[in-house]
Design a protein around this ligand. Structure first.
Ligand code: AHR
Length: 320
């Protein structure tokens, strides 16, 4: 009888140990760039929601646009012994040393929405769109829309040195190359923010005969386009008509501007990068098989033909 009781107790003890080991909560550090745009805010919200849904303990660090803060955050995640790190890198270069430290600590790093320059074995995978393609989609739309008309373009670039700023510029230039009627006459960074987009657009308008010499605006994100649209209106011109606009992200406010006829086109970038990232991490932790190096998200073009008011209604409560 005593032996039976002892056996039952041992079994219960073993079962409890197994349950607590298998149910160990995953701890993931997330080094976010900051909150420069509506898109970025949505990515933060959705990452937190995804983590909660999956029972992941997410350690969130806002770098306030500074690479040094991101490096500090990664080092602190390593010191805490997290199970994995999500990194949205503010710029492309300067990550090798800290990524090596994570690798030595056997902590997988997943890049979110932007890429880095450097050895690919320093991170597990990258969940991003095809950033060059996005610029190309925007440029192709403009080429098709203006036809043979002469068109002076002004460009608002994203954060200097960031992969989307570099790639979106490249893709757009590829699209307009060979179309001699289209010319980029001004190009400057607006730091992916609404305020800077407005400020730089004001200077473009002043320099280009109050805007009369400008036919189109290409902005590397919607927030800068929204700021620029305000500047165009204040200069007494009609955005969407006197000056065409094309930008990237597809945030609700851009659809609002499109519905009012003040913007023309936007290329969608999903803010839910965390869903595919956590799926890849989960599979990797279970199988130890490395996922593909690049998990590509879609880049869909929206124009006036897509009922912008309806898209606005659908998107407005999604965390932007
Ligand atoms: O890396 C993605 C870009 O970063 C988004 O297009 C922009 O809005 C952002 O801040």
């Amino acid at each position: 009888m005593k032996l039976k009781t002892a056996l039952i107790s041992a079994t219960i003890f073993a079962a409890c140990m197994f349950t607590s080991a298998s149910a160990k909560q995953l701890v993931v550090g997330f080094s976010q760039i900051g909150s420069e745009s509506g898109w970025r805010a949505a990515e933060t919200t959705l990452t937190k929601q995804e983590a909660k849904k999956r029972g992941i303990d997410l350690k969130f660090a806002d770098a306030q646009q500074k690479q040094e803060n991101q490096i500090k955050a990664i080092r602190s995640f390593i010191a805490q012994g997290v199970d994995a790190i999500l990194l949205a890198p503010v710029v492309e270069t300067g990550w090798d040393a800290v990524l090596k430290e994570a690798k030595e600590a056997k902590i997988p790093v997943i890049l979110l929405d932007r890429t880095v320059n450097g050895p690919k074995d320093l991170y597990l995978t990258a969940v991003t769109s095809d950033l060059v393609h996005e610029g190309k989609v925007a440029g192709d739309w403009l080429v098709k829309t203006v036809g043979d008309k002469k068109c002076n373009i002004v460009e608002l670039q994203g954060t200097t040195g960031s992969s989307p700023a570099i790639a979106r510029k490249k893709g757009f230039e590829e699209a307009v190359k060979g179309h001699d009627n289209l010319k980029i006459v001004r190009s400057q960074t607006g730091d992916f923010t609404r305020a800077k987009g407005k400020e730089v657009m004001e200077s473009f308008l002043k320099a280009e005969n109050g805007g009369k010499n400008i036919c189109a605006l290409y902005a590397h994100n919607d927030d800068m386009a929204v700021g620029a649209i305000q500047a165009i209106k204040e200069a007494g011109l009609k955005p969407g008509k006197d000056i065409l606009t094309v930008s990237i992200d597809s945030v609700p406010d851009l659809f609002k501007a499109m519905a009012a006829g003040e913007a023309n086109a936007t290329v969608e970038l999903t803010p839910n990068m965390a869903g595919p990232a956590f799926d890849a991490l989960d599979a990797y932790l279970k199988t130890k098989k490395e996922p593909q190096k690049w998990i590509q998200t879609e880049s869909k073009l929206y124009t006036q033909a897509d009922d912008p008011q309806k898209v606005y209604e659908q998107k407005k409560d999604l965390g932007y």
